[in-house]
Design a protein around this ligand. Structure first.
Ligand code: SF4
Length: 389
């Protein structure tokens, strides 16, 4: 294991609850912000102890180099720059930061001001991830987003004026009522903005989101799934020609602008999350926090840990996860690293499944890399299921 570490900080506050959202987020009273940040710092102060318990190669906190920090949510940009600044300051005091760490802040359009942005930048934020989702007001309204297209455009302009040269836009395909023309318009807006990074998600409907419940689904006219798959395919081609390389099923970037933090999730690297609902991963062990922010504060104020589950993944689960996550990357799964981590060869373990997938032109194996083919990316769920037994 290298000594690089990613940190995730979860800020649950939002202006409205979007109908498709299943994250640990919501509309909470402003009076919760201060105690929440107090609890966050209490939780962060337990980190040296935690690393010690994890027997982190006998290293102390200051031996670890934090090379990525992701402040996500929720809507972190609802919180003022001083709170975010104090949190990042704590990280600097406890860890060595990499010479050029990637520090991302998630922003929702309409919640940023010039002063806030300047404060975030001074605190070290050098990457903004903006939840644009789509460029049509009626579609934004339909899923309960609290921003307008004009908000998105002015926030993008504010970021650029404020010196942000590493900007991600999130877009969602398959929103209720979205048409092919809407999707095409999204791509041409992307071309005009020219962000360094683009996350292109297909709408997923979770049963614990409003859209996943029968009353939410009843009024939603969702576009046909096959049609959305075609939009996705066309977008991959279009973005490739326009200078964005796809490096993961849902992620595209200008050369060298991959999200260093998200790459950790897909390549079995350690990351530690703080805040309600935050998850952590450390060398085969996963754990997660209480999702309710009030209860999270209560636990930390009472001197108790916020962790609600902890599981050591079995070699079998570890193999499935490595396959599932590694195959999402265009570079594919690093088979030699897999052998090193697992102590056995995935090619042998899944020989029957793999020979069928290779024959069906869904997977290709080149040297020490196993990748989804283009067809395999389209049918990725069918491929992944072969490795889950
Ligand atoms: S802004 Fe993001 S985190 Fe907040 S409710 Fe909407 S989708 Fe969920």
């Amino acid at each position: 294991m290298s000594n690089e570490l990613g940190l995730y900080i979860h800020i649950p506050f939002c202006r409205s609850k979007c109908s498709y959202c299943h994250f640990a987020s919501g509309v909470f009273p402003g009076s919760l912000i201060e105690p929440y940040f107090g609890a966050l710092r209490r939780e962060m102060e337990t980190l040296p102890d935690l690393l010690h318990k994890l027997n982190a190669n006998g290293k102390s906190t200051s031996d670890w180099v934090v090379d990525t920090v992701f402040v996500g949510g929720g809507t972190p940009s609802l919180v003022d720059e001083q709170e975010i600044g104090r949190t990042l300051e704590w990280i600097r005091s406890a860890f060595r930061l990499a010479p050029v760490p990637e520090i991302t802040l998630e922003v929702n359009p309409g919640t940023l001001t010039g002063d806030k942005l300047e404060g975030y930048r001074e605190a070290g934020v050098n990457r903004i991830s903006l939840g644009v989702q789509t460029f049509q007001d009626h579609l934004l309204k339909g899923v309960g987003r609290s921003h307008s297209v004009a908000d998105a455009i002015s926030t993008i302009e504010m970021c650029r004026r404020g010196g942000i040269d590493n900007l991600n836009l999130d877009l969602i395909a398959g929103l209720p009522g979205q048409t092919e023309d809407d999707w095409r318009e999204n791509l041409s807006r992307v071309a005009a903005v020219s962000p360094e990074h683009l996350s292109l998600y297909l709408l997923e409907i979770h049963e614990d989101a409003h859209l996943g419940r029968s009353e939410g689904r009843a009024d939603a006219s969702l576009p046909d799934e096959d049609l959305v798959a075609v939009w996705y395919e066309e977008s991959v081609d279009w973005l490739g020609k326009a200078g964005w390389e796809q490096y993961e099923i849902s992620n595209f970037c200008k050369p060298g602008r991959q999200s260093r933090h998200n790459l950790k999730y897909w390549t079995d690297q350690p990351f530690i999350g703080f805040g309600c609902g935050a998850h952590s991963y450390w060398s085969g062990v996963r754990w997660g926090n209480e999702r309710d922010p009030f209860r999270y504060v209560e636990l930390l104020e009472g001197g108790e840990p916020a962790t609600t589950f902890r599981s050591e993944i079995t070699p079998r689960q570890h193999l499935e996860e490595l396959m599932f996550l590694g195959l999402r990357l265009n570079a594919g799964l690093d088979l030699s690293r897999c052998r090193q981590i697992l102590g056995f060869d995935p090619l042998e373990r899944f020989s029957r499944e793999l020979s069928e997938l290779v024959q069906g032109q869904l997977i290709e194996i080149e040297g020490d890399r196993m990748k989804l083919t283009r067809k395999g990316r389209l049918f990725s769920n069918e491929v992944f299921v072969q490795f889950m037994q």
